[in-house]
Design a protein. Structure first.
Length: 283
């Protein structure tokens, strides 16, 4: 056998082994590095807040949000981190809106009364700063028009409570009508009529509030404006001349979205705005 073939054979084996090793090395390099667990991220964010490093805290807390983790304490700390970045003079446009969004979310999600109260107080401070800036710019200072009367009433009780109230009112209405129709004595018939006349509107109200509470639970989408201002546009995305912008930190109801536009309700006012200036509230 020629000498060159003896040399070429081991060389070809080396090349083959190197070629086979390449995919494994590429996969190893392409494999994602292990990410810190949520508890570690939250701990790092809390430490960064205590040490006055809001940027690091925001990075950790936003990473939690990107993973779809919904937690009242995390939302509260995220709101505080954005507010702290404003306070130390490192503000990025939209930080006050993002602070308001985190605190709104924390207030809605909190099961602990103290956390909900702390979130509400901090939210008041953030919105006061927004209103102060708008007043200085000669703009309307209303930032939170509050919920409509029907939604506020529906939120007084849980959906199941309103449903049971409807059942009780229905039973009273049936009983009152039965007594009024079947009783022999005039006093009993009058009593039955009074019971029925009180139960009927109570039944109508309970049904309406049950439906409203169910709508809020299943279909309601709310968001907060996280830009210095949200200028109303028409359905083609063209800015509406003379329209008052929605303020930063405003909580709005998202009626529908079409592409890059969102149709929102702010108090009694409706407008189309760019969807990119909104951040939805987790539920």
């Amino acid at each position: 056998m020629p000498r060159t073939s003896l040399i070429a054979r081991p060389l070809s084996l080396v090349v083959l082994a190197f070629t086979l090793a390449l995919p494994g090395r590429a996969l190893a390099e392409a494999a994602p590095r292990s990410e810190p667990d949520p508890a570690a991220l939250f701990t790092a964010a809390t430490q960064a807040l205590h040490e006055g490093r809001p940027g690091d805290a925001i990075a950790s807390l936003e990473s939690l949000a990107d993973r779809g983790i919904v937690d009242a304490a995390a939302s509260y700390d995220r709101g505080l981190a954005y507010a702290m970045r404003v306070r130390i003079g490192a503000e990025v446009p939209g930080d006050l809106g993002r602070a308001a969004q985190g605190l709104e979310e924390a207030r809605d999600l909190a099961r602990d009364a103290r956390l909900a109260d702390d979130a509400a107080k901090a939210l008041g401070v953030v919105r006061s700063e927004i209103a102060r800036r708008r007043a200085r710019a000669n703009e309307p200072v209303e930032v939170d028009p509050g919920r409509s009367l029907s939604r506020a009433l529906a939120g007084l009780l849980a959906e199941d409570t309103w449903a049971w109230a409807a059942v009780a009112a229905s039973a009273l209405l049936a009983l009152g009508l039965l007594v009024r129709w079947a009783a022999g004595e005039r006093r009993a018939r009058v009593t039955g009529g009074i019971v029925a006349s009180v139960a009927a509107p109570a039944l109508a109200l309970s049904i309406a509030m049950t439906l409203a509470a169910r709508h809020d639970r299943l279909d309601l989408r709310e968001a907060v404006v996280v830009a210095p201002a949200a200028r109303p546009v028409d359905d083609r995305g063209i800015t509406v001349a003379g329209a008052t912008p929605l303020p930063e930190g405003a909580r709005v109801e998202v009626i529908e979205t079409q592409g890059t536009l969102a149709h929102v309700r702010f108090g009694t006012r409706e407008a189309w705005i760019a969807a990119g200036v909104l951040r939805e509230l987790a539920r």
